[in-house]
Design a protein around this ligand. Structure first.
Ligand SMILES: Nc1ncnc2c1ncn2[C@@H]1O[C@H](COP(=O)(O)OP(=O)(O)OP(=O)(O)O)[C@@H](O)[C@H]1O
Length: 295
């Protein structure tokens, strides 16, 4: 991978430029993917099972080498990050069977030794509030308790960039709400940049996150949730009417579906509430519809 810096990368916390990645003897997962996370952004990463969310997050962290393209964190090549830069990252992997014989107390003491910054009172507060047994081997904790511990570990050193791979998949509804509150506090207090993958769409609606939809090995669309709900619409009409409308509005269809009788349905992100001709029908989408249409 080239170590050359991007000329305008200083503003992005993470930046992927034309990244392609295939597993050896496995599928092509990332295809010429370009994406960036700006400081203070909170991005929910959505995509179907196997669409490549974990692969993307691992590549972003420099844990997987792409065959093509460049990845930078804090303006430096992700594969060659300094220890100082690594200490600015918090990561909750999708599953981790490391440290199973440690107790939570031992695990936290171990990690504390690596980080110049460590918020002991936050750790203590969360350990108590989230009821995590401190002195049992981690393998004996429930899936949800292990996930909470992993979240505490990732928040403890007050990272500037927080990468969470399905952090709430094992949490009960109360646990998910607690986690989201903690996340929001972290973002409000420290301006942390956050990206997290999830399949739980209702959680996203609680906070005005940016949503990024992954499909075909790329980020098909990213925008703030309210903008998506307002501006992404299905338009139905004849192909010629729709083509001239899209040309007039300067939009490219995200998806086209031919219908009977020369009609067509297109999925578009309208520039803003746009005046539409009477013969074109517009319908808004809820988050589940958006997920289905965009992934
Ligand atoms: N280590 C690996 N070796 C080979 N193929 C892999 C490996 N890890 C993942 N894959 C494949 O890469 C594709 C993307 O997997 P990935 O785990 O990134 O998807 P995901 O979007 O995170 O899925 P999910 O929502 O189910 O967690 C899948 O087809 C998967 O089978």
């Amino acid at each position: 991978m080239s170590t050359q810096h991007f000329p305008h990368s200083t503003t992005a916390m993470a930046r992927l430029d034309s990244v392609s990645l295939a597993y050896p003897k496995g599928p092509q997962v990332l295809r010429d993917l370009t994406w960036q996370l700006l400081p203070g952004q909170v991005v929910g990463l959505l995509g179907r099972n196997g669409s490549g969310k974990t692969t993307l997050l691992e590549a972003l962290l420099g844990l997987r080498d792409p065959q093509a393209g460049r990845i930078e964190l804090f303006g430096c090549p992700a594969a060659q990050l300094s220890d100082e830069a690594r200490a600015r990252i918090g990561y909750v992997p999708q599953s981790s069977d490391l440290f199973e014989t440690f107790t939570p107390t031992q695990l936290l003491a171990y990690f504390r030794s690596f980080y110049p910054r460590w918020n002991e009172s936050k750790v203590e507060g969360l350990m108590s509030r989230w009821d995590i047994p401190r002195d049992q081997p981690i393998r004996k904790l429930s899936g949800g308790q292990q996930q909470r511990l992993s979240i505490i570990r990732a928040l403890a050193h007050e990272p500037d960039l927080l990468v969470l791979d399905e952090p709430v998949s094992s949490l009960d509804p109360v646990g998910r709400r607690d986690f989201l509150r903690e996340l929001v506090d972290q973002v409000l207090d420290r301006g942390t940049t956050v990206v997290f993958s999830t399949h739980i769409l209702s959680d996203l609606e609680r906070v005005a996150f940016n949503l990024a939809f992954m499909s075909g090995g790329q980020i098909a669309l990213q925008a703030p949730l309210d903008e998506l709900l307002e501006q992404v619409q299905h338009l139905t009409g004849t192909s010629s009417e729709l083509s001239s409308l899209m040309q007039r509005l300067g939009v490219t269809p995200l998806k086209r579906t031919p219908l009977e009788g020369g009609q067509e349905r297109v999925l578009v992100k309208l520039p803003q509430p746009s005046a539409l001709p009477d013969r074109v029908q517009a319908s808004a989408l809820n988050l589940e519809d958006l997920f289905e249409a965009l992934t």
